[in-house]
Design a protein around this ligand. Structure first.
Ligand code: SF4
Length: 74
């Protein structure tokens, strides 16, 4: 949809948990998540517009710690 873009927010506690970070990297089919050398979660901003709103990342983490937010150009 034209004019829509996505922001993905992850709580620090999840981003710093390398097991959860790895899980997020694994579930997202469009590579919005990556890990730094020390295992911390990274969000790849350039890939955010590829998000297919599958909610797998939300399901992979504790309730409320990962948020996929739809933003619209006004
Ligand atoms: S909703 Fe799906 S495509 Fe979007 S960031 Fe989460 S896992 Fe990736």
């Amino acid at each position: 949809m034209a004019g829509m873009f996505i922001d993905v927010q992850v709580d620090d506690a999840v981003a710093e948990d390398r097991e959860l970070a790895k899980k997020l990297v694994d579930v997202c089919a469009v590579d919005i998540f990556a890990q730094t050398d020390d295992g911390r979660l990274q969000i790849i901003d350039d890939n955010l517009d590829e998000c297919v709103l599958c909610d797998l990342c939300i399901q992979a983490a504790p309730d409320g710690t990962v948020r996929v937010i739809k933003l619209y150009d006004s």
